[in-house]
Design a protein around this ligand. Structure first.
Ligand code: ADP
Length: 190
C-alpha cells in the first residue's frame, strides 16, 4: 500500500499535483478542503460550523477534520493507497493519522513537501480566486493569514515526518509538468 501526504503552503499546487499522482499510482485522493467545501455546499451543520473558520483563513478544529478522515478511511477499506491533501495540518492531526493507519497496519510511505516562494503563492491564489469562486482566495489579507497559520501550526509537521525519515522536499516552482515529474521520480524511488 502506498500512502502519501502531499504537503505545502496554500497555493503550493497540492490539488493539481494530486491529480497526476492518482493517475500514476491508482490512489484515492482525500482532500480535507474539498470535503469541507462539499459540506458547506450541502449546508450541513458541520459545513456551517467549518465555514466560519475557513472564511477567516483559520483552521477548522482537529476533532472535525480527524473525524472526516476516519469516515473516509473506513468507507474506502479496499483502496490501494491514499493521497492525503491538506491533511494533516497540525501535529495533533499527524498523530491521529498515524494511529488510524496503525490499526490497519498501513503506515504513511512518504510526506512530499512542495516548496514555493511566498509571492508566487499569493499570485497563484489570487489567480485561482478569479475563477474558483472561493472567497478565501479573493482577499489578500485572508491569504496572508492562511500563510501565517501554515508557518505557525502546519510547517512543524515536517519535523514530525523527518523524525520517521519520511520527509521529502520537492521544488514546487516551475511548470505543472516539471513539478509532476519531480514528484513521480521521488515516489518511484521509495
Ligand atoms: P489551501 O491549501 O489552498 O489553503 P484547502 O482547500 O486545503 O486550501 O483548505 C481550505 C481551508 O479549509 C483551510 O484554510 C482551513 O480553514 C480548512 N481546512 C482544510 N483542511 C484542514 C485541516 N486538515 N485542518 C483544519 N482545517 C482545514
Amino acid at each position: 500500500m502506498l500512502n502519501l501526504v502531499l504537503f505545502g503552503p496554500p497555493g503550493a499546487g497540492k490539488g493539481t499535483q494530486a491529480e497526476f499522482l492518482i493517475e500514476s499510482f491508482g490512489l484515492i485522493h482525500l482532500s480535507t478542503g474539498d470535503i469541507l467545501r462539499n459540506e458547506i455546499a450541502a449546508q450541513t451543520e458541520l459545513g456551517l460550523q467549518a465555514k466560519q473558520f475557513m472564511d477567516k483563513g483559520e483552521l477548522v478544529t482537529d476533532e472535525v477534520v480527524i473525524g472526516m478522515i476516519k469516515n473516509k478511511l473506513t468507507a474506502n477499506s479496499e483502496a490501494k493507497g491514499f493521497i492525503f491533501d491538506g491533511f494533516p495540518r497540525t501535529v495533533a492531526q499527524a498523530n491521529a493519522l498515524d494511529e488510524m493507519l496503525d490499526e490497519n497496519k498501513t503506515p504513511i510511505s512518504a510526506m512530499l513537501c512542495l516548496e514555493v516562494e511566498k509571492q508566487e503563492l499569493i499570485n497563484r491564489l489570487l489567480n485561482r480566486g478569479k475563477t474558483s469562486g472561493r472567497s478565501d482566495d479573493q482577499d489578500e489579507s485572508i491569504i496572508e493569514n492562511r500563510i501565517s497559520v501554515y508557518h505557525e501550526k502546519t510547517a512543524p509537521i515536517k519535523d514530525y515526518y523527518a523524525a520517521q525519515n519520511k520527509h521529502f522536499d520537492i521544488d514546487g516552482m516551475g511548470s505543472v509538468e516539471e513539478i509532476a515529474a519531480r514528484l513521480k521520480e521521488t515516489v518511484k524511488a521509495l
